[in-house]
Design a protein around this ligand. Sequence first.
Ligand code: SF4
Length: 280
Amino acid sequence: MTYHPDAFPTHWDLNPYRGCSIGCKYCFAQYSHKYLGLDDFFKDILIKTNVSESLGKKLGKKNWNNEQIKIGGITDLYQHLEKRYKLMPKVYEIIKKHKTPVFIQTKSTLILRDFEIIQELSKITSVDIATSITTFDESIRKVIEPGASTTLERIEMLAKFKGISRSTTLGFMPIIPLLSDTDENLETTFSLAKEYGIDNVVTSFLFLRGDVKSKFMALIEQHFPEIYTGFSKLYATSTVDPNYKQNINLKIKKLRDKYQLFSVYKAVETIAHSDQLSLF
Ligand code: SF4
């Protein structure tokens, strides 16, 4: 488990896998593989088969203050290998034992395999569920997020946790200029989130960090050549052109007002073990 002092909503990150077969072409975690001396973030996957044991040791320490843990913040916990390795049910057992609040984030409906375990967990601690989407155009989605569940499946999956989790959050992220920013795509995101009763909608723009930029530009050139020139102009740096960003943010604001859908996520208050014990 790693600690990120400036992260929101939680500082603790648990990732049972290093590398991710979901294969999102915009994934900014790709850089992290270099530190491991590995090349292909999408194919060279490290499996932390002892993740539940080491988590148990950490949560069993006297100085652990029972902060919320984010699972799947760097790599997807329900990527394809989880079908075979089944690391998550054991992780949930440890979390249940220590009554630790969790924020679970995935782009895979494989999470539904563990629905009942998560439901049990949510009866004794705080459980937040999140997913993110980029486009309802499946022909585009298959190119940029080849290993993810379909966009609609992800929203339907998230909605199933409504009522059993503390909150459900839909990320419309990253917004990919000229590809996923159509008025129709924006409107459908908000209208479906409303229809399915999702609590929060958060948005963010494509960030092209390090060599992800050259890889992503090559993908645009190969699969979407008609937007290549315009896209290049918007990404003179690693972040999108500020005027473009302002324009899209205005559209998003109108949709938030229309559907009354905001990001109202509240961080979980930390209740230390010693405080919990004093209740009994
Ligand atoms: S699911 Fe997340 S970690 Fe996996 S490739 Fe996509 S963006 Fe990267």
